[in-house]
Design a protein around this ligand. Structure first.
Ligand code: CTP
Ligand code: MG
Length: 190
């Protein structure tokens, strides 16, 4: 693989993962109201906490799916067969839905773990805060569309796309959260 090819693999991997990246930022904007755990506790601690709301979950999922549909629309004049990697239609719709929903489930699993570790809502949890959504997105998409995940992020040189995602995710996470904090959308810059 030459350098140009490697860059293309990395950037395509990021492009295909955008429907998993947007939902958590969108949830900050659409969130509020009833928490997913409806305020309930388990063993004296909140199950998920007030930072995980139904409006945030559905708003985030819809945002990620709409972004994916826009990406498919953008790619369709150029690649009406594979949509630049999302795969043939119908399957591609399933993939981007799994990416969006999986990322939000991963984010909730992260909060579940944080509450078990006795960390309050919004408390810093390095690694967990940056990677919970990525793990959730890969788990759900890998469960429902294992062939797609294998072909795009593992097989042969494609592992480079995964490596690039692991590298760029904490960087983007930081940048987006500082912007959200400055815009008054987030209480803390992480
Ligand atoms: N949010 C939401 N519903 C979700 C996910 C996020 O409403 N399913 C909103 C909440 O307002 C939340 C904000 O997005 O405070 C930022 O999300 P995140 O950083 O994941 O939550 P924290 O408040 O930091 O809570 P936690 O400690 O549980 O991660
Ligand atoms: Mg947080």
């Amino acid at each position: 693989m030459d350098v140009l090819e490697a860059i293309l693999v990395a950037l395509t991997g990021l492009w295909l993962f955008l429907p998993a990246m947007l939902p958590n930022s969108a949830a900050v904007v659409t969130g509020g109201g009833a928490p997913v755990d409806f305020g309930r506790s388990w063993k004296g601690r909140r199950i998920l906490g007030d930072g995980k709301t139904w409006k945030g979950f559905f708003g985030g999922a819809v945002a990620g799916i709409i972004l994916g549909l826009i990406q498919i629309a953008i790619s369709s004049p150029f690649d009406a067969v594979d949509y630049w990697g999302f795969g043939p239609l119908w399957g591609s719709l399933g993939v981007l839905t799994a990416l969006a929903v999986g990322s939000l489930l991963g984010d909730m699993l992260g909060s579940f773990i944080k509450r078990r570790l006795n960390l309050e809502r919004g408390a810093k949890a390095p690694i967990l805060d940056q990677y919970d959504f990525l793990i959730g997105a890969f788990l759900l998409t890998g469960l429902l569309f294992p062939g797609w995940v294998y072909a795009q992020y593992i097989e042969g040189g494609q592992i480079l796309a995964l490596a690039f995602l692991l590298f760029i995710t904490p960087v983007l996470h930081r940048v987006v959260n500082v912007i959200g904090y400055k815009m008054g959308q987030k209480d803390v810059p992480w």
